[in-house]
Design a binder for this molecule. Structure first.
Ligand code: MN3
Length: 198
C-alpha cells in the first residue's frame, strides 16, 4: 500500500464470488466497488488542495494525524482509514500465505486455535456500532487482539495488522441480516482454510 495521491481502488484480488457461500457475491461487489470506491474518492477530494500531502502513502497519512492540516485532519484520517482497512480486509480474505508463520504465533500465544477463535469472536461481537476487530503484532513482537471504531486503524498505535474483520453492517447485512455472529463464523471458515492450507 505504498501508492500516493491520487489513490485508486485496486481490483479485488479474486473473483467476486470466490468466497461463496461464506461471503456472497453481491456483498463483495457492493463492498468493493461502492463502499471502498467512496472512501477512495473522498480521500482524493480531501487531499486535492494539499500538494504537500500528495507524496505520502496511506500509512504515512495515517501514522501521524497531528501532522495533517487541521482543516482536513478528520476527512483525511477517516477516508484514508476507510481505504486502508478495506484493502487490508479484502487482501487477507484471499491470502494463502500469511507472513511470519502466523499460525505458529497463534498457537504460541493462545495455546490452540479454538481459544484464539473464541477470543477473536468475542472481540468482534463487542464492537458497538461500526468498526473492526484485528489480530496485530505489537512492537515487542507479541500477538494481540484489538478493536477499532469506525474507520480507525492500528497504524497510529504502532501496531502491525495480520488479520481483520470488518463488522460494519454493510459487510454482512445482505446475507446474514443482523446476525453478526453468523458472519464471524463464516469469516473464520475462510481464514482457517487459508491458514491451514499453507
Ligand atoms: Mn466495510
Amino acid at each position: 500500500m505504498n501508492e500516493h495521491y491520487p489513490f485508486v481502488n485496486p481490483p479485488l484480488p479474486y473473483a467476486y464470488d470466490a468466497l461463496e457461500p461464506c461471503i456472497d457475491q453481491k456483498t463483495m461487489c457492493l463492498h468493493h466497488d461502492r463502499h471502498l470506491q467512496t472512501y477512495v474518492d473522498n480521500l482524493n477530494h480531501a487531499l486535492k488542495d494539499y500538494p504537500e500531502l500528495h507524496t505520502l502513502s496511506l500509512e504515512e497519512l495515517l501514522a501521524r494525524p497531528d501532522r495533517l492540516p487541521s482543516s482536513v485532519r478528520t476527512a483525511v484520517t477517516n477516508n484514508a482509514g476507510g481505504v486502508f482497512n478495506h484493502i487490508f480486509y479484502f487482501s487477507i480474505l484471499g491470502q494463502i500465505e500469511y507472513p511470519g508463520n502466523l499460525l505458529g504465533h497463534i498457537f504460541f500465544t493462545f495455546g490452540n486455535f479454538e481459544e484464539f477463535e473464541k477470543k477473536f469472536t468475542d472481540a468482534a461481537l463487542s464492537v458497538f456500532g461500526s468498526g473492526y476487530a484485528w489480530l496485530v503484532f505489537d512492537q515487542t513482537g507479541m500477538l494481540k487482539i484489538i478493536t477499532t471504531k469506525n474507520q480507525d486503524t492500528p497504524i497510529p498505535l504502532g501496531l502491525y495488522p495480520m488479520l481483520v474483520i470488518d463488522v460494519w453492517e454493510h459487510a454482512y447485512y445482505l446475507k446474514h441480516y443482523n446476525l453478526r455472529a453468523d458472519y464471524i463464523k463464516n469469516w473464520f471458515h475462510i481464514i482457517k482454510q487459508n491458514l491451514f492450507s499453507s
